[in-house]
Design a protein around this ligand. Structure first.
Ligand SMILES: [Zn+2]
Length: 402
């Protein structure tokens, strides 16, 4: 058994203890002590880190009453010796603020809305609690956040003590205890009673500020993400910095940023629209010039077009424009991004199956494609062979139209 000093005083940062055993766990030294301040991962709360005999503690696990400290390197101390331990206090205090905050929030949400906390998770950046509800009222976040901070400012005392199974029945626990025998209770001064082995702050004042970040629907539950204490302060500082920077980019004040962004979005949409319109006009002029200059078989113009950078969309738009012209065949290709793309088309008044022309011309060069008599698309041939594919296609068109 390891005596849990963290149970007696969560604020104790240093201790000395006797080394009971040292084991090798797949190359990682694991140390068992007769007593410890190091909190082992349990009840959703992450383990402590720190130093044991000057060696970094990288993990702490509890195994049937024994607390094992996993070390970064082999220790210079041996079993039977006394050793000094010190926990990483900022990390531990952060865990205490989050954990006490979770108890306060779970009770508050239960009292106000009747939602139960079904699970909790304390992460490195954010903490979450899952509520047994798929729906929350619209003002839920702001109401709970305000009330939780007000409760924090009452500086309600938080105490931990052990009770037996008889006594525990008299306590209004939020959830039934998961363990039997002696049960550790963490009480927020008559407000909340939880069966919990975690480390907690002395009063609710140390939890503030409490910031609720967001709600996410997860099947039949709702996940609430929150920050307490210094985490909330750091988050506020970071968000303030980001907003100030953003406002600076717009040469305006923070309050004007959303309106400014909306205005820019509207301008962007308008510019995009104008850009599309100009592109359409340009394409239409280019297409007309191509048709005028195209060689003819009889009165049918055969437009051949090979671009190194035209998108598939541009080729399709050109094909649509060519199809509006009388007596016209379009053999369009692009080698954009090193890929061969071909789009063939003809006007309705030309008797020719461009789908077959494309399929046959491409097949010679290992490509694939085909389509309807008036429109076809293909690719797969080497980009270097596209000019040859177009020449082959032109030969086939001339033959068919002659
Ligand atoms: Zn707890």
């Amino acid at each position: 058994m390891t005596e849990r000093l963290d149970y007696l005083n969560a604020y104790r940062q240093q201790f000395d203890a006797q080394v009971l055993a040292i084991e090798d766990r797949a190359g990682v030294p694991a140390v068992l002590l007769d007593r410890t301040c190091f909190y082992p991962t349990s009840g959703g709360q992450l383990h402590d880190t720190g130093l044991l005999g000057g060696v970094p503690v990288i993990d702490v696990v509890a195994e049937e009453g024994e607390v094992w400290h996993l070390l970064a390197t082999s220790p210079s101390f041996a079993a039977g010796e006394r050793v000094v331990g010190a926990i990483d206090w900022p990390r531990r205090y952060d865990h205490m603020q989050q954990h006490s905050g979770q108890h306060l929030l779970s009770q508050l949400i239960h009292q106000r809305y009747g939602f139960e906390t079904v699970s909790v998770h304390f992460g490195r950046e954010e903490s979450t609690l899952d509520l047994n509800t798929a729906e929350t009222p619209p003002a839920f976040l702001s109401e709970i956040e305000q009330a939780a901070n007000e409760l924090a400012y009452l500086a309600l005392e938080i105490r931990a003590y052990f009770v037996d199974e008889q006594e525990v029945r008299r306590l209004p626990l939020r959830r039934p205890p998961a363990v039997s025998g002696l049960i550790r209770i963490v009480e927020i001064d008559g407000y909340d009673y939880s069966a919990c082995g975690g480390t907690h702050v002395r009063t609710t004042a140390e939890i503030a500020p409490i910031k609720l970040l967001r709600l996410e629907r997860r099947r039949h539950q709702t996940r609430l993400t929150f920050l307490c204490g210094l985490r909330a302060c750091r988050d506020y500082a970071e968000k303030h910095r980001l907003l100030t920077e953003t406002a600076g980019l717009f040469s305006t004040e923070i309050a004007a940023v959303p309106a400014m962004v909306q205005r820019m979005q509207a301008q962007m949409r308008e510019l995009e629209h104008k850009h599309m319109e100009l592109q359409r006009r340009l394409l239409s002029q280019e297409t007309a010039a191509l048709v005028a200059a195209a060689p003819r078989v009889g009165d049918v113009a055969i437009v051949e077009y090979l671009s190194p950078d035209a998108s598939v969309e541009a080729l399709k738009q050109m094909a649509a424009l060519l199809r509006e012209q009388p007596r016209c065949v379009g053999l369009l290709a692009s080698t954009v991004e090193g890929k061969a793309t071909l789009v063939f088309c003809r006007s309705d008044d030309v008797v020719l199956h461009v789908g077959e022309v494309l399929r046959e011309a491409l097949a010679t060069f290992g490509g694939r494609g085909g389509g309807r008599p008036e429109y076809a698309q293909g690719g797969g041939a080497p980009a270097a062979a596209v000019a040859a594919v177009l020449a082959e296609a032109r030969r086939r068109c001339e033959e068919a139209l002659a």
